[in-house]
Ligand binder design. Structure first.
Ligand code: CA
Length: 232
């Protein structure tokens, strides 16, 4: 499953090597040399997973993991700690602050990819049958009902699937290609601008209840569902 992975690693050679391996495996990669830069990137777009070096200049990887876990927006983003230390006490400390896994340098690209897949699988929303509710909008996949502040909305099947995907994957930017993958499935014959058409229809349905701002356009990137950063 391709994901957007943020690498926070202060050694450029290691960062480049990891990034190349992840891209080869089909992942979208962003990278930062320190926690402050990573924090700015996370504010822009929430990644699907963070590879976090333990020893960083400034804010340590451990402290950064603690801060990510304390923030409601980044609380559930999976974190894999990268470290040169192999001691059990460190591992426990990393897992205690909320890291999902821990990998000791040097590691093989294959091992890293396997760990990433395992963590991503574990973090998949448990059940797609669960109703989701955000910012006054409620979607029930079982009854196929969508309500905005209690009023029922009528959505087409594609808009329904699109909204369901967006609501279960909030606060991150999805490219049109990713949305086609996730919502349309096999999208070989579907053009990317099809996504824009359905996003427009979805917003039109949400507009009377003033919830259309939940579906945000991220210039040059794609779309994001967010209840927290509502643009003026
Ligand atoms: Ca380091």
């Amino acid at each position: 499953m391709p994901a957007h992975i943020l690498i926070v690693e202060d050694e450029p050679a290691i960062q480049t090597l990891i990034a190349a391996n992840l891209r080869r495996a089909g992942h979208e990669v962003s990278a930062a040399l320190d926690a402050e830069t990573a924090q700015r990137q996370i504010r822009e777009a929430l990644p699907d997973l963070i590879l976090l070096d333990w020893m960083l200049p400034g804010i340590s990887g451990l402290e950064f993991a603690r801060r990510l876990r304390a923030d409601a927006r980044s609380r559930s983003v999976p974190i894999i700690m990268l470290t040169a230390r192999g001691e059990e006490a460190d591992k426990v400390q990393g897992l205690e602050v909320g890291a999902d896994d821990y990998i000791t340098k040097p590691f093989s690209p294959r091992e890293l990819l396997a760990r990433i897949q395992a963590v991503l699988r574990r973090r998949q929303p448990q059940s797609t049958a669960d109703a989701v509710e955000t910012g006054g909008l409620r979607l029930d996949p079982v009854t196929h009902r969508v309500t905005a502040r209690g009023d029922q909305l009528i959505l087409g099947p594609t808009e329904f699937r699109l909204l369901h995907f967006l609501m279960t994957h909030p606060e991150r930017v999805h490219t049109r290609a990713q949305l086609l993958d996730q919502v349309w499935g096999d999208h070989v014959f579907v053009e990317e601008r099809t996504v824009d058409v359905h996003i427009r229809r979805l917003r039109a349905v949400l507009e009377p209840s003033r919830l259309d701002a939940l579906v945000q356009t991220v210039r040059g990137s794609g779309y994001r569902f967010s209840a927290e950063i509502v643009p003026a």
